[in-house]
Ligand binder design. Structure first.
Ligand code: FCB
Length: 460
């Protein structure tokens, strides 16, 4: 572990305007799945599929956040973060994904945003963290070009109600996951297994992102606008030529498939060639819309990827520490990724919008000792510091996650929170990692205020 970022070390001072936050998403924490006029989402539906979720659970109650959001706001404030990243459940605010809006749903997010502002925390809103209205899936979902236009209307509707109070709006969270896991591998909602559909979905997600940005800007939006991608270095399992070629293709499909259209106006030629007839249908003007300039790029980072042509590589054999997801703890991959993004594409300021780890921790006498998570966070924050030191424009870092929550196909067994949630009682207990993050942020704030005092002194 890189010890440079332990809170006692003054080398870990970040820029005064660096944004520190915590993140969640609607489906994973909200519950209240059938409250008022909320519509069904594709994840509500997917959870009912036998075998889809490891522990057979669903998001009906989750962390019951809709009923406990004030307590959660106090938890967030107590951490001393600058920002809170959350997502809006589209079917909660527009039950059918088109037409009528739910005033109850919109009012909930309004109270949440106002509660953040009252506590001095900047709201970072994500429009699509995967819970598409099921009614839109009935019309083809993201595979249908009509959904692109529905999304633009949804973005405009949310902005009309909340936009004046938001610091930032993210269009989509991890389009690769929606396209590839949702439509090619099929282990995430909506559970389709078809590569041609998956690539069309990725194109529609990117297109709706660009068109939404244009619509929001045209309506006078002052919030920062961007997208959040899940990116990672893709290393070849061996020096062999077939593994190297495989890693290059995987990098194309994970990283360049999204970075090239967003920042260079076209899909990577090698991936298009690989896809052949499965390449997406692109209409004239689409690529220009996708490349609409952004104010920020969000990155979610958990580990590196390793590619082996025969699929034989196993994380357990790498000798590195693994999280409860079976993912390698690989902080240097984050620096490597950020430096590369900065070198290869004209990126705007970047945020880490998610970073964290699942470990099996349990409360003992009202404390949760999670030294592995503390080490993980410290090492990855240090890795962001290393990227900053190399000139990469980093604007902020957000921990995944504020709370233990519904971890998609893994259900509730995987705990990513810096706050433990007892799902029987809904009791929240800040883990040692949460305490560590709070202390770390306090140190950053002390530096900030001493810098401000020094500046005042100079000016006096
Ligand atoms: C990311 C998701 C987030 C969470 C983490 C562990 O892919 O965006 O919702 O599940 O993984």
């Amino acid at each position: 572990m890189n010890a440079a970022c332990l809170p006692i070390d003054p080398q870990c001072r970040f820029p005064d305007d660096f944004i520190w936050g915590v993140a969640t998403s609607s489906f994973q924490i909200e519950g209240a799945a059938r409250e008022a006029d909320k519509g069904e989402s594709i994840w509500d539906r997917f959870c009912r599929r036998p075998g889809a979720i490891a522990d057979g659970s669903n998001g009906d109650v989750a962390c019951d956040h809709v009923h406990r959001f004030r307590e959660d706001l106090d938890l967030i404030a107590d951490l001393g973060v600058d920002a809170y990243r959350f997502s809006v459940s589209w079917p909660r605010v527009q039950p059918e994904g088109r037409g009528a809006w739910s005033n109850t749903g919109l009012a909930f997010y309004e109270r949440l945003v106002d509660g953040l502002l009252e506590r001095g925390i900047k709201p970072y809103l994500t429009l699509n963290h995967w819970d598409l209205p099921a009614a839109l899936q009935d019309g083809g979902g993201w595979a249908s070009r009509d959904t692109v236009h529905r999304f633009v209307d949804y973005a405009a509707g949310v902005h009309a109600r909340l936009g004046d109070r938001l610091e930032a709006i993210t269009t989509h969270n991890e389009p690769w996951v929606i396209a590839t896991l949702g439509h090619e591998v099929g282990n995430f909602a909506p559970g389709i297994k078809d590569r041609a559909i998956a690539t069309q979905v990725s194109h529609h997600l990117l297109l709706s992102h660009g068109l939404a940005l244009q619509a929001l800007r045209a309506s006078g939006c002052r919030a920062q606008l961007g997208i959040v991608l899940n990116l990672a270095p893709v290393h070849a399992a061996t020096e062999g030529e077939t593994d190297q070629a495989h890693a290059r293709l995987e990098d194309g499909r994970l990283v360049r498939w999204y970075m090239d259209p967003l920042f260079r106006g076209g899909y990577p030629a090698d991936v298009l060639e690989f896809l052949g007839a499965d390449a997406p249908r692109v209409e004239s003007g689409d690529m220009a819309a996708i490349a609409t300039p952004m104010d920020f790029l969000g990155i979610n980072y958990y580990s590196r990827n390793v590619a082996s042509a025969d699929g034989s590589w196993r994380a357990e054999h790498s000798g590195l520490a693994l999280t409860d997801m079976g993912w390698e703890v690989y902080p240097s991959g984050l620096t490597e990724l950020l430096v590369r993004l900065h070198r290869e594409w004209p990126v705007p300021p970047m945020y880490i919008k998610e970073n964290g780890a699942a470990f099996r921790d349990m409360p003992v006498d009202d404390r949760v000792h999670d030294p592995d998570r503390v080490a993980y966070l410290a090492a990855h924050i240090a890795a962001v510091g290393d990227a900053l030191a190399q000139g990469v424009p980093m604007a902020g870092y957000m921990v995944w996650s504020l709370l233990d929550n519904f971890e998609w196909a893994s259900g509730y067994a995987k705990r990513f929170g810096i706050t433990h949630v007892d799902y029987q009682t809904q009791r929240r207990t800040l883990k040692d990692s949460g305490r560590w993050y709070r202390d770390f942020l306090q140190r950053q704030k002390q530096w900030r205020s001493s810098a401000a005092l020094a500046l005042e002194g100079e000016q006096a």
